[in-house]
Design a binder for this molecule. Structure first.
Ligand code: EPS
Length: 377
């Protein structure tokens, strides 16, 4: 299933096309819009979310609530476009309005400078409009289609926030507990309170915060992904998918970097068998993936998000035209978008796994996919 997204942050709309969705997947549009409103929420979000109320419109590929097997097109109209028409219109922009919105004091950590050099631009707006995490609105909508595909097979995804700017939640939680919605996505109340205070302090200082999210998947049978070809390894695909999220800087699967701190005896999950459960393990340090394939245990992934690079109190930089020392541009920004990051990461995990399932099983209809899935051990 191939996903393409398009759209500028302050352009008319964001669009996604998904090819290869089997026919007869019942699409729950309310759930798509529920995921969109979750993505807009969370402590530390900025003023743009007060303007937008993201709602997805299905343009193609669905009839009477069911997919047809044709490309599915989703669209979210940007309400803010009304305020940006004169500088963002596809045909005739006003030169003065474009100059007013131009960004040349390139932001460290953002795509501004490298993008301008790559695409031969003198205004970073021509890069940042696409680099912006606004793109994740339509990605979340599209990923909800993949999530509903997995859900039809009994595969569930949940997540929580594990860290914000050094404040950690190290509690042990089940996937069901992770479904609880909290202000910051952190489940430990004390840690969440501390993190919210930290966000308030950073806001006052014109600064931003990142964090770590944990994503879990329950119910995926073993054998998805492929040990035989490096490109099809499931951990590789998950990592690539998650690293494509704006601001992602690191991915750990299972014990992750901790594997380097101990010996093989303490890190590998011993294998057991009984008649009722078949093969099983009592530990899951592999995070549900061995040899690049799902092993039937819960998939456990952590992703690190860097602090958003648009700081209200800008860092030192160079003005693109004059090459003089400057303070980086400070556009309206979120202080911390870790809750949104969690929602997006869950969606991306759904996308990668649904793709792996469809690739292995094939099928033109959901009935065929389900029958093939149910036959697997
Ligand atoms: C975002 C919308 C953007 C930013 C943010 C994510 O809106 P605007 O640029 O109009 O304020 O709030 O994007 C960034 C953090 C960024 O660096 O571009 C959204 O809808 O998620």
């Amino acid at each position: 299933m191939k996903l393409t997204t398009a759209g500028e942050s302050h352009g008319k709309a964001l669009v996604a096309i998904i090819e290869g969705v089997p026919a007869h997947l019942q699409l729950d549009v309310e759930a798509i819009n529920g995921a969109l409103s979750l993505r807009q929420s969370g402590y530390g979000r900025g003023a743009r979310q007060k303007i937008e109320k993201d709602v997805a419109e299905i343009l193609t590929g669905v009839r009477n609530g069911e997919t047809l097997g044709s490309p599915v097109t989703l669209c979210i109209y940007n309400k803010d476009y009304e305020n940006w028409k004169s500088s963002m219109s596809a045909d005739s922009c006003d030169e003065g309005a474009m100059a007013k919105k131009a960004l040349t004091k390139v932001r460290p950590g953002h795509a501004d400078l490298t993008g301008m050099l790559k695409f031969d631009q003198t205004d970073a707006r021509n890069v940042l409009e696409r680099a912006s995490a606004r793109e994740t609105a339509i990605r979340v909508a599209a990923c909800e289609v993949y999530r509903q595909y997995l859900s039809a097979l009994g595969v569930e995804i949940g997540g929580c926030v594990r860290e914000v700017c050094g404040i950690k939640d190290e509690g042990e939680y089940t996937l069901d507990e992770m479904k609880k919605v909290t202000p910051l996505g952190m489940l430990d109340e004390k840690a969440s309170e501390l993190a919210q205070k930290k966000i308030d302090e950073l806001k006052k200082a014109g600064d931003t915060a990142g964090g770590v999210v944990e994503i879990r998947v329950r119910g995926l049978k073993s054998g998805f992904g492929n040990v035989m070809t490096y490109a099809e390894k499931l951990d590789g695909q998950l990592t690539a998918g998650l690293m494509s999220i704006q601001a992602a800087k690191g991915v750990e699967i299972g014990a992750g970097f901790a594997v380097a701190k101990t010996s093989g005896k303490d890190i590998h999950d011993e294998i057991f068998y009984d008649e009722k459960s078949g093969f099983y393990r009592n530990t899951n340090r592999a995070g549900g993936i061995e040899g690049g394939m799902s092993n039937g245990e819960e998939i456990v992934i952590r992703v690190a998000m860097k602090p958003i690079p648009t700081l209200m109190k800008g860092l030192q930089t160079v003005e693109f035209g004059t090459k003089e020392i400057a303070t980086a541009a400070s556009e309206r920004s979120d202080v911390c978008a870790i809750f949104a990051f969690k929602v997006i990461a869950e969606g991306v995990v759904a996308q990668v796994l649904a793709d792996a399932v469809q690739k292995r099983l094939g099928g033109d209809t959901m009935a065929q996919v389900k029958a093939r899935y149910n036959q697997l051990p």
